[in-house]
Design a binder for this molecule. Structure first.
Ligand SMILES: Cc1cc2nc3c(=O)[nH]c(=O)nc-3n(C[C@H](O)[C@H](O)[C@H](O)COP(=O)(O)OP(=O)(O)OC[C@H]3O[C@@H](n4cnc5c(N)ncnc54)[C@H](O)[C@@H]3O)c2cc1C
Ligand code: FES
Ligand code: FES
Length: 1434
């Protein structure tokens, strides 16, 4: 035990200050006391660019760059962090740059922004600022241009649900250069000694060697509008924000600040001060990155009261290579550790640094860049999470921890003795802190290796991880184990030592016998109970064996003398996949029609989105007397409500009122199709998350606190928690039994014509929409509360002039005085000055009223962008629950941050709930769902169960199919019937089935109502089909592709619902796809690879699809539009469709531009508004471009026809001149357009008709590689072909295809919803476990196919839709099933290795668990039978 030397206890920093400052985008801010509870994101939300996507560090939407001057190194560091986890005061004295600090539409875009906009890298735009900031931070922090690999790595913490990432990578790839002269025109060879190219200015500079800012302070800080003709990375802007000189000179002081509810925040600058504080507050939490504490306080509601930020304490930030190893201060950030280790491995002997290499590898897969930039080594250790990625490695690598107590005594403890049995228990007394870690150098023949398997490679916590070490010594020509450590994470409440296995290993010869015996003993070391939290018991056990097996092979491979014992094919267990940079091709022809149609125009909002200027609902400034609402939700899946007690809420801070069913002024019964839901539950709840009431309070946090205090007593009732439960109990939604048939199925089965008849079941999980922008609504009343207006999940349009509003508001405040908070907001928005701040703040009430009316005025005179996927639905719900006529409820939209069906109907009840308090209190009410609540209550893609009986010939010709399909509707009908019907329509996919019968039912279950999601049941129907097709192939030992081809429908085929196939493009698509991937060769290559690799297998598949276009409910196939031509020659278009990133407005504007023969820039699309275009159908079914495009064209043509007599009389130089002439002649320059989809209709009585106007055909090829020991997989290639007729905008269409494919890949191979049901007893009954990005994994940049090629079929105009185009949104989604079937193909190869060639089911999503458990081998035989099927919530 040592002690802290007296002189180290210097108290030089005990000059405690509570003056805190921060620079945001170059502007100085004083941080007042009292804000310790705020995150940086909450503080920044006055700006619009930094978005709240999840609030838990998992999506990257809140990414900002922080610049900090390190006084010791005399150097500035720039790094990206998640603003949602950074405590506001943690960035004190730093410079925060948000997306607004880069560029804007008025000032000019930064090249990163420009490039992203131009390459179609922004669709809905909600994720976009986060991507921009991650890339920007990488560029500013890199002393040399980053590599493509670094670029992909830096985006691991950013999620995008729309684009499929390829265009984002393409946009940023231009900045990956290998030579400085490409940046600047200055060759690095010509640089003066000591200078390099400044990543900030792109000029020769010595900043990174001396003082970054001395040099850069002089650079020009003015913004001029900049236009970049070509973004190729050869120019780098000279308009970067510099590091503020004041912060360079400023001597940091320790801080002592406070926050809400008595929270105390300390920032000591010396170790002694930390110890003093710890002595005073033994319950104090030390924090560095706050990535753990932040989650604990916000999501787990841990009430910590004293926080000590130790990130600036020098003694805790040491990083030294010493004789006995590396000394790592506890506060060292993970990214700094990683960089240091990378340096060390180049400087020390290779054998000494195997532990370092293991840490580097493990850190690569530790969270995303933003988290690694903030999180500390000590934070990870002291959290002692059972799935910590580093703790098993510290233990395996024999690291020592140095611990210091408040008196300065230091003791050293071995890592393996630091973690105690039990959940998050460590050998650390309350008066001690972790000081540093010593990572010893490795001895010769000492091997250390890391292992981790998670759901997703990038930014995911481990399912199981491990750190394994062995030290070998040579004895009598044998290699004998002299020392060993084996530690696992994810198999116990703490990092677990495999003690018996270790004991066994010591003294044994390193050979195959050792392996076999160790694997047996290991199984007795790892004991997981069946209901252990986390589930996946068999998989987790198998991973512990797989990791040891891999370790054995790896060590043997490293040891040349042992290597011969390993057959070369087994080395595939050791080699990790090298992920090349993603490449892709987009093959389409440009067929321009008129000025704009057919041209690959950039999304009209792209520039607003990349600059963060595009606003969404939660960016709306709260009106001065506005209230925040939070829902009171059921905690039981099925229960009678005994009582609701709100007495505790009355004393809750800021609480205003609780509203329940009895308060609803209109009708409490609501529903999308039938009114089978209650706005607020009356006396019974039928799912966890059902809305019981709504609380309003002055802040969101206070509303949450109050809502938690509402005490609801329940009497629990039996719940139905799966489709199978519902089928057994005959629990179906009323009137949902449907049947479609063709031919005579029974007769065919009995006729003997079928050589074989198979029966089976297909089950598939649901999918969370995970739109990046959570649901949000702002409702307010007008005219004394007699009219209701609302914004939902969107923000104002460009006509809404924030500056104007701010200036007006400021005038009012200065005139009348104002409340501090309002003033601060305005000040923060950049219109206040220090002096203004001191002005009279009296007369608060009065000014608040003035502000409110001013706000309302602005809202009314400038178009408010209100966002609803179906604004009409909101209008209808709100008028219904308030008892108001629809004409008095206005709902508008400009854009939404992704919808995918999740905001089609399941957003309306949220707006309706918020309208009740707004209407009754006559005050604005805002509701924004936290991500976990959003995922918990708004429903998902339906899980399905399909039961099939299929008869076919020995040649593979299908003769009869009998299907029963069930979807999990949840507790209300919503759109479930229409979704089931579409699944039934698509249950033939592209196959000719002479005899077919499909019966469908919608199951009533005690889950939140499931709803629309891209494909609307079609993909589920087709997936059932492709499953039995694949099974026929296995039964007949033929390739699935052959079975597919044999059964293709042809031109004129009559489908099972009576529609005739016309203009089919299946054959040319299939032929082109087949030749593009050279399928025969691909098959040979894959087979050859599989022969040479025992533990890695490749698989391929080609899958076709046809997707019916039109709403299957006929009345919805109508569309309206309003077109207005102004005398300056510009055109304003309003239509009933909503822009959600899919480029609808861009396409519609192109149609209008071509119709008037004017440039696209002359057309503006206004907000979607119920008071301009009434009775609009939801923007869904992929048909919006067809329908709204046609409605707009109709309006344009009316105006053109009216103009024609004038146009034909004389020649006009411009459209503007013509318009003015028409105006002079009193021609009406406004027209309402209307369109109904012709020639469609389906009659469910006869079960025959023509539900679809036409079909969009597609086909895809995929090649994958799986790790059979862990279930990890990569998509090596995806070729996607789609027939989109003559595309309206091929670039936008390609974006839709790529986005849909990657989203489909998520559904089929990554994203698993886990509910508290019979399969998951460790989750509370009926609760959703996967309620955030931490537990629910959508594809990340690492999941994009290595080669991603998209082609549009050429030369096939579509005669059935506008400008010969075809709908695109949903059809490509299912093509991702090529990846699923390629995975299955690879698993078949793995099973063949153990002689198993029978058919087996592979449920989707094919997660690593399902892949690994399907790959039978000697490690799994002791754990499961060959028909083992991992559990799935269906
Ligand atoms: C999105 C996300 C992804 C993540 N991914 C991973 C992952 O892949 N793998 C993984 O292992 N973890 C992961 N984590 C967990 C987390 O990032 C780590 O635990 C992180 O290292 C914690 O560091 P911190 O500095 O942020 O800790 P903080 O939150 O600041 O502190 C954590 C705890 O450590 C204590 N503490 C900190 N320093 C000391 C000290 N010197 N002495 C005593 N106690 C101390 C604090 O009091 C607190 O209890 C993830 C977290 C998030 C939010
Ligand atoms: S909002 Fe911060 S990471 Fe999602
Ligand atoms: S553009 Fe990325 S989430 Fe929409």
């Amino acid at each position: 035990m040592g002690s802290l030397k007296t002189e180290e206890r210097g108290e030089q920093d005990l000059k405690v200050s509570n003056e805190a400052i921060l620079y945001v985008n170059g502007v100085r801010r004083v941080l007042p006391d009292g804000l310790a509870h705020l995150t940086l994101l909450e503080y920044l939300r006055g700006l619009t660019g930094t978005k709240l996507g999840c609030g838990e560090g998992g999506c990257g939407a809140c990414t900002v760059m922080v610049s900090h001057y390190d006084r010791k190194l005399r150097k500035c560091s720039h790094y990206a962090i998640n603003a949602c986890l950074a405590p506001l005061y943690s960035v004190e004295g730093m410079h925060v740059i948000t997306v607004e600090g880069l560029g804007s539409c008025k000032r000019g875009l930064h090249p990163v922004q420009e490039s992203l906009a131009r390459t179609h890298g922004s669709q809905c735009g909600f994720c976009t600022p986060g991507f921009v900031m991650s890339m920007y931070a990488l560029l500013r922090s890199s002393q040399t241009p980053p590599s493509e690999e670094q670029i992909e790595e830096c985006l691991a913490g950013n999620l995008c649900r729309c684009t499929g990432y390829r265009p984002i990578l393409d946009a940023f790839r231009v900045f990956a250069k290998t030579s400085n002269d490409l940046y600047t025109g200055v060759s690095s060879l010509s640089l003066e000694e000591g200078k390099s190219i400044c990543p900030s200015t792109g000029k020769p500079c010595s900043c990174n060697l001396n003082n970054v800012n001395d040099k850069c302070v002089g650079s020009d800080n003015r913004y001029d509008p900049t236009s970049y003709n070509e973004i190729d990375g050869t120019k780098y802007t000279e308009k970067e924000l510099i590091f503020p000189p004041e912060l360079l000179l400023r001597i940091p002081t320790s801080l002592n600040l406070t926050g809400f509810a008595g929270l105390m925040w300390y920032r000591p600058l010396t170790l002694q001060h930390v110890l003093n504080l710890k002595a005073k507050y033994d319950n104090a939490k030390l924090i560095v990155g706050n990535t753990e504490v932040g989650i604990e306080m916000r999501l787990k509601r841990m009430p910590y009261r004293v926080l000590i930020s130790v990130m600036h304490v020098p003694e805790l930030n040491v990083l030294n290579a010493k004789d006995d190893g590396i000394e790592i201060g506890a506060a060292v950030r993970l990214s700094d550790l990683m960089n240091f280790l990378k340096k060390v491995v180049t400087e020390r002997a290779a054998h000494e640094t195997l532990s370092c290499k293991a840490f580097i590898e493990q850190l690569k897969w530790f969270a995303g860049t933003q988290i690694r930039n903030a999180a500390s080594v000590g934070g990870n250790i002291c959290t002692a999470s059972p799935i910590s990625d580093l703790n098993p490695l510290w233990m395996a690598a024999r690291a020592k921890f140095q611990i210091i107590d408040v008196k300065g005594n230091i003791r050293t403890v071995l890592a393996e003795n630091f973690f105690l049995p039990g959940y998050r228990k460590v050998n650390l007394a309350s008066d001690e802190i972790l000081l540093s870690i010593i990572l010893p150098w490795n001895k010769t023949f000492e091997f250390v290796k890391e292992f981790k398997q998670s759901h997703r490679r990038d930014d995911d916590i481990a399912i199981v991880n491990a750190g394994i070490r062995v030290h070998l010594q040579e004895h009598s020509e044998n290699w004998v184990v002299a020392g060993a450590s084996i530690f696992y994470g994810g198999v116990a409440p703490y990092s677990l030592a495999a003690a018996k296995t270790k004991e066994f290993l010591i003294g044994k010869i390193w050979d195959k016998d050792l392996l076999q015996n160790a694997l047996k003993i290991l199984q007795t070391d790892i004991l997981l109970k069946d209901n252990a939290p986390g589930g996946m018991i068999e998989f987790r056990k198998s991973l512990t064996l797989s990791f040891f097996f891999k370790f054995f092979l790896w060590v043997s491979h490293q040891m040349n003398s042992i290597k011969e014992v390993i057959p070369s094919s087994h080395l595939s267990a050791v080699h990790s996949v090298h992920r090349p940079s993603i490449t892709g091709s987009q093959d389409y022809e440009i067929l321009k029609r008129g000025t704009s149609v057919g041209s690959p125009e950039v999304h009209l909002s792209a520039r607003l989105q990349v600059t963060g200027e595009a606003e969404y609902a939660d960016d709306t400034p709260m009106p001065p007397n506005g209230l925040h609402a939070v829902l009171v939700l059921s905690r039981k899946p099925h229960a009678r409500i005994i009582s609701i007690d709100d007495s505790e809420t009355l004393s809750s801070p800021g609480f205003v009122r609780l509203f329940l069913a009895k308060d609803v002024p209109g009708d409490n019964k609501i529903g999308a199709v039938v009114a089978d839901e209650e706005l607020f539950a009356v006396d019974r709840v039928t799912c966890v998350g059902q809305v019981i009431g709504i609380v309003v309070a002055d802040t969101h946090e206070n509303a949450k606190i109050a809502a938690r205090k509402v005490d609801v007593k329940y009497e629990e009732l039996p719940a139905i928690l799966s489709i199978q439960d519902a089928v057994n109990a005959k629990s179906f939604h009323p009137n949902t039994e449907k049947c479609l048939s063709k031919g005579d199925v029974d007769h065919c089965f009995q006729s003997g014509l079928c050589d074989r008849i198979i029966e089976g079941e297909v089950q598939m999980g649901g999918q969370e929409h995970f739109y990046l922008e959570p649901q949000s609504s702002l409702v307010w009343t007008v005219d004394g509360g007699n009219e209701v207006h609302m914004i939902s999940s969107t923000q104002y349009n460009s006509k809404w002039d924030r500056e104007k509003w701010n200036i007006e508001a400021k005038k009012t405040i200065l005139r009348d005085g104002a409340h501090k908070d309002i003033f601060e907001t305005l000040f923060y928005d950049g219109i206040g000055t220090e002096k203004d701040r001191q002005l009279d703040k009296a007369d608060y009430q009065h000014s608040q009223m003035v502000l409110f009316y001013l706000w309302k005025e602005v809202m009314r005179c400038d178009s408010v962008e209100q966002c609803l996927l179906a604004p009409q639905k909101h209008q209808k719900y709100v008028s219904h629950v308030l008892g108001l006529p629809m004409s008095k409820v206005v709902c508008k939209t400009k854009r939404i941050g992704g919808g995918f069906g999740g905001k089609e109907t399941r957003s309306a009840f949220i707006a309706a709930a918020a309208s009740v308090p707004s209407y009754l209190l006559n005050r604005p009410v805002k509701i924004t769902l936290d991500r976990d609540v959003d995922m918990m209550i708004t429903g998902q893609r339906h899980s399905f169960l399909g039961k099939y009986k299929v008869g076919f010939t020995n040649e593979g010709k299908v003769l009869a199919v009998d299907l029963e399909i069930y979807n999990n509707g949840g507790n209300s009908l919503d759109l479930s019937l229409a979704i089931l019907e579409r699944a039934m329509f698509h249950s033939d996919n592209v196959y000719e089935i002479p005899n077919m019968r499909i019966m469908g039912r919608v199951c009533f279950t005690n889950f939140p109502s499931h709803t629309a999601f891209r494909g609307f049941g079609g993909p589920q129907g087709m997936l059932i089909t492709e499953n039995w097709i694949q099974r026929i192939a296995v039964e007949l030992r033929m390739s699935p592709e052959k079975i597919r081809e044999i059964n293709f429908q042809g031109e004129g085929s009559i489908l099972h619902y009576g529609q005739k196939v016309q203009y089919s493009t299946l054959a040319p698509l299939w032929t082109e796809l087949k030749s593009s991937c050279d399928f025969v060769k691909a098959r040979e290559e894959v087979d050859q690879f599989n022969r040479h690799n025992r533990w890695r297998k490749r698989g391929i598949a080609m899958v076709p699809n046809k997707f019916g276009i039109s709403f299957t409910t006929k009345l919805m196939n109508q569309a309206g539009a309003l077109v207005q031509v102004y005398t300056d020659g510009t055109v304003l278009v309003t239509h009933g469709g909503v822009e959600m990133g899919q480029g609808l407005h861009t396409k519609v504007a192109q149609i209008a531009a071509s119709a008037f023969n004017i440039p696209l820039s002359s057309v503006f699309i206004s907000d979607t508004s119920t008071d301009k275009v009434p009775n609009a159908s939801p923007t869904a079914a992929s048909a919006s471009s067809d329908m709204y495009g046609a409605a707009v064209l109709d309006a344009c043509e009316q105006i053109v026809a009216r103009m024609e007599p004038i146009a034909s009389k004389s020649k006009f130089d411009s459209f503007t001149e013509l318009v003015r002439a028409c105006y002079a002649e009193r021609i009406d320059l406004s027209a309402h357009g209307f369109y109904i989809t012709p020639d469609i209709g389906f009659d469910w009585v006869t079960a025959k008709g023509k539900p679809f106007r036409y079909f969009t055909y597609g086909a895809a090829f995929a090649e994958v590689e799986i790790d059979t020991l862990t279930g990890d997989f990569h998509t090596r290639t995806a070729n996607v072909f789609l027939d989109l007729g003559y595309s309206l905008n091929p670039a936008i269409d390609v974006g839709q295809i790529e986005g849909a494919f990657v989203q489909g890949l998520g559904w089929l191979a990554l994203e698993e919803l886990k509910w508290g049901d019979a399969a998951h007893k460790w989750i509370p009954s009926g609760c959703l476990y996967t309620t955030g990005p931490g537990t629910y994994k959508i594809p990340s940049v690492n999941d994009v196919p290595f080669k991603f090629n998209v082609s549009l079929l050429k030369g096939h105009p579509n005669v059935k839709a506008i400008h010969s185009s075809k709908a695109v949104g949903e059809p490509p989604f299912f093509l991702a099933s090529s990846v699923l079937f390629a995975i299955k193909d690879a698993i078949i190869a793995a099973r063949a290795e153990v002689g198993c060639s029978d058919w087996f089911p592979l449920d989707s999503p094919a997660t690593p668990e399902r892949i690994r458990m399907a790959c039978l081998d000697e490690l799994t035989t002791s754990l499961v039978n060959s028909d083992f099927r991992p559990k799935l919530s269906v």
